[in-house]
Design a protein around this ligand. Structure first.
Ligand code: NAP
Length: 472
């Protein structure tokens, strides 16, 4: 195996302050944007192109050469070319031997090819050290400098030295390299930019589904019923009253659903007597999107707070209050102060305020900047202990709101209970199950299981089962 002298020269450690030349194959959008950014960061850049005619779009500090000439000038070659054109590299195999080839390519569909583009490149040029990087950064972002949303650059590759060289460049460009391991990770990295909020899909569709369901439920119960039986037109309820009923209900159900999978996971572990078995897929996926579920729930809670704050300025509310006062004055009637009602009303509001406060605290601690600054125990304390406290406070807020109305026949129009009653089902199930699970006999066994103890030794032989630690 003969080594190209230019490769040896280029891979030698850089002892001066001057940065090493980087070669970019392809003078398209991404090649130019990356080239410009590299020049700004002090890297001499040489483009390898099919056409040697320089255009005004190509940074003027860069040289444009043929692929073969450009490749000889640098140890690192960035492939800013689509995968389907990689064939032209085959005749250059000897020149590319020992070089670091950086695959930046993306596909149009998830898992479009049987192997990742980077692995395909490694097969085409077996003598090169292929590294996958930069595919999660767009040309526009590189040019405009708006790097906040996409500062992270996933890097993977089989050659540690080559990967380190690429990560150094990523750093020098003001980006954050994230080592994802060997080239086997390339497929996942290539799929990443094609995903559209994968963890948000379930929470968003679920909340939209619940909102639509409760909207039609309230429409039937609060508007159509009143129209049919009382001949009253309450259609204006659609603007504020009904949304203000739906928001807290959806928020509470979603908050309950944040804690339900943890409880179910504990029951599964207790039943199996081991933690060394995968949870069913649906439970795994549910647990992975708990943060998103919680944040959507918080958004609904915020809406409830805003809707509630504007209640005093609503025409209907002002009219009803004035009407009651006037009719009392005309009838010369006064109501004595009811201490129980005073307590109920104040505790309902206090529970709501406290519940919302802890809910916001939970939301803040789930932000990466905050969660990165607390240790695992602190994070668990906030998300688990304060999370349950929030659930208890919000459930109690709804229960006190219901008060005596739970037993009143007027709460069941067309046999349909008020929606706040329905919202209590999930949180009450979660709280009852959690209450049962903290009984010392169960809690002790669960703690042992989570520390690795197994009831049935059959599972201990299957050590290759993935340990699912996400059940907290
Ligand atoms: P582009 O504007 O279409 O540029 C591709 C370049 O490839 C062309 O300008 C051409 O350069 C070269 N090329 C085209 N056909 C060729 C062939 N048959 N043989 C050899 N070279 C050929 O595409 P791009 O947006 O820059 O994307 C380039 C790569 O970067 C793609 O793999 C893409 O997935 C990846 N990427 C792009 C972005 C982005 O925001 N655009 C973001 C991340 C990753 P010459 O005329 O100089 O030969």
């Amino acid at each position: 195996m003969t080594k190209n002298s230019s490769n040896i020269m280029a891979l030698a450690p850089n002892t001066s302050n001057k940065r090493e030349t980087v070669c970019i194959f392809g003078t398209g959008d991404f090649g130019r944007a990356l080239g410009q950014k590299m020049i700004q960061s002090g890297y001499p850049v040489v483009f390898g192109s099919r056409s040697l005619r320089t255009s005004s779009l190509i940074p003027k500090e860069a040289e444009v050469l043929s692929h073969a000439e450009a490749a000889q000038k640098a140890a690192i070659i960035i492939m800013a070319i689509q995968r389907q054109h990689y064939d032209f590299l085959t005749p250059l195999a000897e020149i590319l031997r020992g070089k670091v080839l950086v695959d930046v390519s993306n596909n149009l569909k998830i898992n479009q090819y049987p192997e990742s583009n980077a692995e395909y490149l490694a097969q085409l040029v077996p003598g090169a050290k292929v590294v996958k990087a930069f595919n999660t950064v767009s040309a526009w972002v590189l040019q405009s400098g708006t790097l906040d949303a996409s500062r992270q650059v996933f890097v993977c590759g089989d050659d540690m030295e080559a990967k380190q060289m690429v990560m150094d460049i990523v750093h020098a460009l003001g980006l954050t390299p994230l080592d994802q391991g060997s080239l086997l990770a390339a497929q996942e990295i290539e799929n990443y930019p094609l995903q559209l909020f994968p963890m948000w899909k379930f929470p968003i569709f679920l909340s939209l589904g619940l909102t639509a369901f409760f909207f039609f439920y309230c429409l039937i119960r609060d508007v159509i019923y009143s129209y049919v039986y009382e001949n009253k037109d309450f259609s204006f309820f659609l603007a504020i009253s009904i949304p203000n009923r739906i928001c807290p209900v959806v928020a509470l159900i979603l908050l309950g659903l944040v804690y339900l999978p943890g409880v179910l996971a504990a029951i599964v572990q207790l039943y199996r007597g081991t933690k060394y078995r995968r949870f069913p897929d649906w439970l795994d996926k549910w647990m992975l999107c708990r943060k998103q579920l919680g944040l959507v729930a918080l958004a609904f809670a915020f809406l409830h707070v805003f809707y509630t704050l504007i209640i005093p300025i609503r025409y209907y509310v002002r009219w009803r209050t004035e009407d009651r006062i006037i009719s009392k004055a005309l009838n010369n009637k006064t109501d004595p102060f009811n201490n129980t009602n005073g307590w109920l009303s104040d505790s309902y509001l206090a529970l709501g305020i406290l519940g919302f406060f802890f809910f916001v605290l939970l939301g803040i601690t789930s932000l990466p900047s905050v969660s990165n600054s607390v240790n695992w125990r602190e994070f668990r304390f906030v998300q688990s202990k304060l999370g349950y406290l929030t659930l208890i406070l919000c459930t109690a807020h709804t229960l006190v709101y219901g008060g005596k109305r739970f037993l009143s026949p007027s709460s069941y129009r067309w046999y349909l209970p008020n929606i706040y009653m329905l919202s209590l089902i999930v949180p009450c199930i979660v709280l009852v199950l959690k209450f049962v699970l903290i009984f010392p006999c169960l809690d002790k066994q669960l703690t042992q299981i989570r520390q690795g103890w197994e009831r049935n030794p059959r599972y201990s032989e299957q050590s290759n089962y993935i340990i699912n630690k996400s059940a907290v």
